[in-house]
Design a protein around this ligand. Structure first.
Ligand SMILES: C[S@@+](CC[C@H](N)C(=O)[O-])C[C@H]1O[C@@H](n2cnc3c(N)ncnc32)[C@H](O)[C@@H]1O
Length: 202
């Protein structure tokens, strides 16, 4: 069975089941394996358009949910959408004012790809660092963080940075990722806080 077929199969399944994209199955897998979100968790999703992770998060928790993206997202009941750049202070503060305590930060954000492999990889790592900085600024102690990244040059540096701030950090490849993709998720649990680290991302 070729990758094209499995891509179509996941896409068709997503449309049939009412999800906005096939990415829904990645967060479902992460949730099933790693129990990132609990019943009443407040969640912020970075790079959330078109919104399938928000749909899965809505099913996983009864807490407040905020989705942030550069692009507009069609409304989802029980979810607050912020159209903006999550690397900006004002966007982060808006999310924090809506959520109060944040238990979970999700990031499936990707930069626009140029096709130049090492340039794209460097930008993806940079965006991952920004997502980590966001998480460190808003998460409550004990909170969880899921970060999409891409295996390659400097991935180990990003992973080491995440390890500084969470008690448990694992990597996870989703079955729903495209065949041959270097996409990999960092699953970080139990945030310990950033305030004591002068070398940190803050
Ligand atoms: C792969 S899509 C996310 C798919 C989403 N998880 C879903 O399930 O529908 C990546 C998104 O990251 C967003 N993005 C990239 N950089 C961003 C930034 N600095 N601030 C907000 N969104 C960003 C892009 O606009 C894009 O919509």
């Amino acid at each position: 069975m070729g990758s094209q077929w499995s891509k179509d199969r996941n896409y068709i399944r997503a449309m049939r089941e009412g999800y906005r994209s096939r990415a829904a199955y990645k967060l479902q897998e992460i949730q099933e394996r790693h129990h990132i979100m609990r019943d009443d968790d407040n969640v912020v999703d970075l790079g959330a358009a078109p919104g399938s992770w928000l749909q899965v998060a809505r099913q996983a928790t009864g807490g407040r949910i905020v989705g942030i993206d550069l692009n507009p997202i069609l409304p989802i009941e029980g979810v607050t959408i912020i159209v903006g750049d999550f690397t900006r202070d004002d966007t982060r503060e808006k999310a924090r004012s809506i959520l109060g305590q944040v238990s979970v930060v999700l990031s499936d954000a990707s930069p626009k790809l140029s096709g130049h492999r090492s340039y794209d990889q460097a930008r993806a790592i940079g965006l991952g660092e920004e997502a980590l900085a966001f998480a460190c600024r808003v998460l409550k102690t004990g909170g969880n963080f899921v970060l999409k990244s891409f295996q390659g040059e400097d991935f180990h540096i990003l992973l080491a940075q995440v390890r500084k701030y969470f008690l448990s950090v694992k990597t996870f490849r989703c079955r729903a990722s495209r065949k041959g993709s270097s996409e990999i998720y960092i699953i970080a649990k139990n945030f310990t806080g950033c305030q004591y680290d002068s070398e940190g991302p803050l």
